[in-house]
Design a protein around this ligand. Structure first.
Ligand SMILES: *Cc1c(COP(=O)(O)O)cnc(C)c1O
Length: 405
């Protein structure tokens, strides 16, 4: 069977194929392969946004806060926890940005392990994670222990075992590595960290909405992630944080705002944290930016995260096959795991000079993601991408890679 015939057969057999039509069209885009950077909007999102502005904002004005807006960070958090994170209610909030939540939670975690001076992280984690931890280390006089990860794979449990000790306060990694797509073994790394008495913080930006997550079952202490990648929340959509209920009375975040107060509207003299997960909040929640999440969670719940993962693995497998057939002969290297149990939702291809192909790719309506120095990330979001769309995009890449050899 030809590669194109295979794409057509996969599309015909795809149980999620109908979901693609629920997304708003992008007339100039032939192949969108960057769902891992900014997910596409649902048509329902445009309707909900319009209705929200007209009926709730205009119609209810400040009454909206008591109608329910004040509860959205928690109710949306619980829903997200149930549909995508494997988290029982009362442990997830929607708030802030990933960067800000990383700061709040990592600071809270190191303060919850007083006397321990070491934080373990890896050199290939996303820049914001590394930068935030550098700042916290300087603020708290901590030592950062950097694990040198191979950028073609990612963090391995043995590396954590070698690094962790009784001086370790916190261990921080990404569930799916943003560069290679490596899927970390959360349960095993948690077990190793917990044996040494350290807390774990997982960044779920590249797995939420793409890979099934079982935070409660895996014994995760803390997690953060964003909602604008595979969760289709829109540019700058708020992030989410998970704090295991067993830690909620001992872990205290540093941005003590009125929305995390025990009684926000009493306007009292001193800060007293709210009981439970609400204490993670700081200021007024970004209600407008949370509107799309209602539509996105409905769709994800209907499709089911396991079916999404199944299609995601088929899509990335197909990308690997196209790369082997078309691109490897042109000097392109695949730098993502071939083992499906260790592969997240995207595939990264590498060749010196890939940067020059970006503009011609965009002009041809093909939108992958580029990460310096020479990585092209192919991130086909399962709910909005067809196999033929992947075929189209990579055939344009092949022609350009041949021309610019
Ligand atoms: C996308 C991403 C972020 C983004 O953080 P923002 O605060 O939303 O800019 C953080 N960490 C990882 C691993 C990411 O992939």
């Amino acid at each position: 069977m030809s590669l194109l015939a295979r794409a057509e057969a996969l599309d015909a057999a795809d149980p999620l194929a109908s979901y693609r039509a629920r997304f708003l069209p992008a007339p100039s885009v032939v192949s969108y392969l960057d769902g891992n950077s900014l997910g596409r909007p649902l048509a329902a999102t445009a309707t909900l946004m319009d209705e929200f502005v007209r009926d709730q904002w205009a119609g209810r004005l400040i009454q909206g806060w008591t109608d329910g807006w004040l509860e959205w960070p928690l109710t949306l958090g619980d829903r997200l926890g149930e549909i995508a994170l494997g988290a029982a209610p009362g442990q997830t909030v929607v708030a802030d940005s990933t960067t800000v939540l990383l700061y709040k939670l990592a600071r809270a975690a190191v303060d919850a392990r007083p006397g321990r001076r070491k934080v373990i992280l890896d050199t290939d984690n996303f820049p914001t994670d590394r930068y935030v931890l550098e700042g916290i280390a300087a603020e708290r006089g901590l030592h950062l222990h950097w694990i040198d990860t191979d950028p073609t794979t990612g963090i391995h449990p043995e590396q954590v075992l070698d690094a962790v000790d009784e001086d370790t306060a916190l261990v921080l990694f990404s569930h799916v590595a943003y560069r290679s797509g490596w899927l970390a073994d959360i349960p095993e790394i948690n077990r190793i960290a917990h044996e040494a008495g350290a807390l774990t913080l997982w960044d779920l930006c590249h797995s939420a909405g793409s890979v099934p997550i079982r935070l409660d079952e895996w014994g995760v202490d803390i997690a953060v992630g964003c909602s604008y990648k595979y969760l289709n929340g829109g540019p700058g959509a708020p992030a989410f944080a998970y704090l295991n209920s067993s830690l909620q009375s001992s872990v205290r975040q540093p941005i003590q705002g009125w929305m995390g107060h025990r009684a926000s509207f009493e306007m009292g003299p001193g800060y007293e944290p709210a009981p439970g997960i609400r204490a993670l909040l700081s200021g007024t929640p970004p209600i407008l930016a949370m509107v799309p999440m209602h539509a996105n969670l409905d769709v994800l719940a209907a499709a089911g995260i396991d079916a999404v993962r199944e299609k995601s693995l088929q899509l990335t497998e197909y990308v690997l096959d196209l790369a082997d057939e078309w691109l490897t002969p042109l000097g392109v290297e695949v730098v993502s795991p071939r083992d499906p149990s260790r592969r997240g939702g995207h595939v990264t291809l590498r060749r010196p000079g890939f940067e020059q192909l970006l503009e011609p790719l965009w002009s041809a309506g093909v939108i992958p993601d580029y990460r310096r120095p020479d990585g092209l990330r192919i991130g086909p979001a399962p709910l909005s991408t067809s196999f033929t769309e992947v075929h189209q995009g990579l055939s344009v890449l092949r022609d350009l890679a041949e021309k610019h050899r």
